[in-house]
Design a protein. Structure first.
Length: 223
């Protein structure tokens, strides 16, 4: 058996709203022996295609339409064996921590040498985290800091149990300011069903009420 045959081909879903970027990423991954099983340009399609193809890894742009962090949260909740890696032009701490809280196991900045991307994703598949050393150093410093901002970001806003897809839909609709009746019409479920989902998601998130759940949702998916 050749060395190439011994390395399992990993199936990757790419999600980025910039077509030339997707093309560059696809080229780098295929050159590195990985397979691109699906591509998306926004969060909704990324989630849909992930559910249809069950990739080994989802490589998601943080700032794509619909929010990469929102897509990461949904994919991590519904496909626990799929690894999520975020790709971003931002190295801001808030983006990094939001991605990790959403279930991502990697966070790569877009100025990385694309020749190193396949190796980074193979490391993720092997159970390692894909985070640049500079960001890891900052994470450690933040962990040891006494600043309340980090303690709030890292501890108090943990999301606890994952939401179901329908609970996610209801929470997203609430964040848009929709009423129970409007959500009922959008999702084609009874108002009583909407209220039941709201009660469940508020309980899972440890929120006091729907307003606090929405505030937590917006904080987590910011960026």
């Amino acid at each position: 058996m050749s060395a190439a045959e011994e390395i399992r081909e990993l199936r990757v879903l790419l999600a980025d709203d910039h077509a030339p970027t997707r093309e560059d990423l696809r080229w780098a991954l295929t050159q590195g022996g990985l397979s691109v099983c699906a591509e998306a340009s926004d969060a909704a399609h990324a989630v849909q295609l992930a559910l249809e193809t069950s990739p080994d890894i989802c490589l998601l742009d943080v700032r794509m339409p619909g929010g990469g962090v929102a897509a990461a949260w949904e994919i991590a909740a519904r496909l626990p064996t799929t690894k999520v890696v975020m790709l971003s032009v931002s190295d801001e701490d808030t983006d990094l921590f939001s991605a990790l809280r959403a279930g991502a196991v990697g966070y790569l900045v877009k100025d990385l040498d694309l020749r190193r991307l396949p190796r980074a994703l193979r490391d993720v598949a092997d159970g390692k985290a894909a985070i640049p050393r500079a960001l890891v150093t900052r994470m450690v410093k933040q962990f040891h800091t006494n600043e309340p901002r980090f303690r709030t970001t890292a501890v108090s806003t943990e999301l606890g149990p994952r939401l179901t897809s329908r609970e996610w839909d209801v929470l997203a609709a609430l964040s848009e300011g929709l009423s129970t009746r409007e959500i009922s019409r959008r999702l084609q479920i009874k108002p009583s069903g909407v209220r039941a989902h709201i009660s469940a998601l508020v309980h899972k998130l440890g929120a006091a009420d729907r307003d606090e759940a929405v505030a937590l949702f917006r904080q987590t998916t910011a960026g």
